[in-house]
Design a protein around this ligand. Structure first.
Ligand code: NAI
Length: 560
């Protein structure tokens, strides 16, 4: 459990030197934010009551890192590696983040998609130690008090889920807590938001997942989901309590079912510093991928016709941002909207349908009804096919070959997570188009060898966006998160893709550059916040330097 930080009065005051006196002895070793384990020096051991509590030989940080990595890598499967990683985070956050940051391509799939999905499915069985705050109907009326149980007041980023749509895995109830924990570890690893300033929250509003309800080890409340006014009131009490207890915190809504996600975003976005990553973060990363694809094909964004498979948060959010981007290129809005088409679980979204949810209606263009995706590809002739349906294998050979016939360079994004839900694999996209496709996916796929070339699939994952946006909000103490911030973030991300990245077909920078990407996104988000009068901190001279100076580094400070 982290120890309290005082509320900062200035940028400088945020530094850890302002923290209250150090605990000593076991209490020091049991605080994961302060613990150095075998790296406590002899002097520290003498002065801080640690003598005898640790094995005698002092490790160097490199030796400690090697030991931690060995412990993780020795496990025969990814789930056990996840458990090892979370245990490490519970013991020593510096070491955990050193491991992740230095080995981001290896560790991100474990602490985030795809393995975190498996971990959530088994959450109550692999559970070791609590992390974050749980709020349920049982605590109604006391949410402020519950949030005050968290030992830190200067929380700057909250990721909150109600567990109803965890990745593409559906309703996992309170077991969804793995997602806020995983996302927040990326805020720190990918952008450098200080871990003491992050708070994972799960609203346990019940679950309709029968296997969880029947599982005696399930750790959430074994009752059906709240709906209607009771649900809305619970969410509202949380938002009000969070604003009151953590007035500078950004609230990220995560993995809510779409009937609530769109509504809640609309309800709170004008008054509360919040965003929905599934809607807005996904949009920014996908648009950046399309910009990169346009660079390769020498086309303009406004020349694209995009067919989305799935018409939920990710797909509609992305279309909204594409429309904004096309409009910025001078295209009339109604024309831009007609460049975006959707297939949902029933059929093509078109104007004769009477069963459409409100978020789909603006895209219900006039068209004859169509039931199948192949028919839609033939009729609409899209330049890009984007999957965000949570249904695997739906981009069949016939469909991809048809897209390849229509386009010299077909763009195929299979964004559904985890890997098991991807609409097609990287290998399928490349081999069925004779190696011509530009492919990106939500969860990582390994590079593919095709006719003597190595093709590198990009990871079209919002992890390229939300950590940088969050750091920008923290750095400026922004009062709101706006669509403009995501649009600008998208352009920054696309601008950081090099000719070298593009030459292997990769539409995104490698993850090894993610901290730099996030710093630049954060600086841009700060700029938007200052320009729009949304910042609460005095404006620093150099925004990029300011953001870089704030980035958390997992290095040990001397305590003596
Ligand atoms: P959602 O539940 O809001 O939307 C799913 C959509 O797919 C709905 O419109 C539904 O009608 C449609 N659908 C369901 N079954 C279908 C079928 N058989 N055929 C055609 N359409 C079907 O979910 P959301 O948030 O849009 O997420 C969808 C997927 O995208 C999930 O797997 C999620 O993990 C992934 N995602 C990926 C992100 C990334 O960064 N790559 C970010 C956010 C979501």
């Amino acid at each position: 459990m982290p120890m309290p930080l005082k509320t900062p009065k200035s940028h400088k005051a945020r530094k850890l030197s302002k923290r209250p006196p150090l605990p000593t002895g076991l209490a020091l070793m049991q605080d994961p934010l302060l613990n150095k384990g075998t790296c406590f020096t002899l002097e520290e051991r003498r002065r801080l009551g640690l003598l005898g509590l640790l094995p005698p030989r002092v490790s160097s940080p490199e030796q400690q890192l090697a030991r931690a990595l060995g412990n993780i890598r020795q496990h025969p499967n990814d789930l056990l590696k996840y458990v090892e990683m979370i245990s490490l985070m519970d013991r020593n956050e510096s070491l955990f983040f050193r491991v992740v940051i230095d080995n981001i391509e290896e560790m991100m799939p474990i602490i985030y998609t795809p393995v975190v999905g498996q971990a959530c499915q088994l959450y109550s069985h692999i559970y070791r130690r609590a992390r974050g705050i749980y709020l349920s109907q049982r605590e109604r009326g006391m949410f402020k008090e519950v949030l005050r149980n968290w030992p830190v007041r200067d929380v700057r980023v909250i990721v909150v889920t109600d567990g109803e749509r965890i990745l593409g895995l559906g309703d996992l109830g309170a077991s969804g807590m793995g997602i806020p924990v995983g996302k927040l570890s990326l805020y720190t690893a990918c952008a450098g938001v200080h871990p003491a300033q992050t708070l994972p929250v799960t609203l346990d509003v019940g679950t309709n997942n029968e296997s969880l309800l029947n599982d005696p080890l399930y750790l959430g409340l074994p009752q059906r989901r709240l709906t209607g006014a009771a649900y809305d009131e619970l969410v509202d009490e949380f938002v009000r309590a969070a604003r009151s207890v953590f007035p500078k915190a950004l609230i990220q809504f995560e993995d809510f079912a779409n009937r609530n996600a769109f509504r809640l975003l609309e309800k709170y976005r004008r008054d509360v510093c919040c965003f929905n990553d599934d809607i807005q973060g996904t949009a920014a990363v996908t648009l950046a991928g399309l910009y990169s694809a346009c660079r390769l094909t020498k086309a303009r964004l406004r020349d694209q016709t995009v067919l989305f498979y799935g018409a939920g948060e990710a797909a509609i959010g992305t279309a909204n941002l594409i429309v904004a981007a096309m409009t910025a290129e001078g295209m009339p809005r109604n024309e831009a909207m007609r460049r975006c088409w959707f297939m949902d679980s029933k059929a093509l979204v078109e104007s004769s349908r009477t069963d459409l949810q409100p978020h789909k209606k603006p895209y219900a263009h006039e068209h004859a009804p169509l039931k199948d995706l192949l028919g839609a590809v033939r009729a609409l002739k899209p330049t890009a096919l984007i999957g965000a349906s949570g249904h695997p294998g739906q981009f069949t050979r016939e469909i991809i070959e048809e897209l390849g016939r229509l386009n010299a360079v077909p763009v195929i994004f299979a964004l559904s997570n985890p890997t098991s839900k991807a609409e097609c694999t990287a290998e399928q996209a490349y081999s069925w188009t004779g190696g011509r496709a530009l492919f990106a996916s939500g969860s990582p796929f390994a590079p593919v060898r095709f006719e003597g070339r190595t093709l590198v699939p990009g990871q079209g994952n919002n992890a390229y966006i939300f950590p940088g946006v969050g750091l920008g909000v923290v750095a400026s103490s922004a009062t709101r998160v706006t669509d403009e911030m995501f649009f600008e973030a998208s352009k920054i991300l696309a601008g950081l893709v090099t000719e070298g990245d593009l030459s292997s077909g990769c539409l995104y920078p490698p993850l090894s550059r993610i901290r730099e990407v996030s710093a630049r996104i954060a600086a841009k988000v700060c700029e938007v916040a200052y320009t729009r009068g949304l910042a609460r901190e005095p404006k620093p001279k150099n925004l990029l330097a300011h953001v870089r100076a704030l980035q958390y580094q997992p290095t040990y400070k001397s305590y003596v």
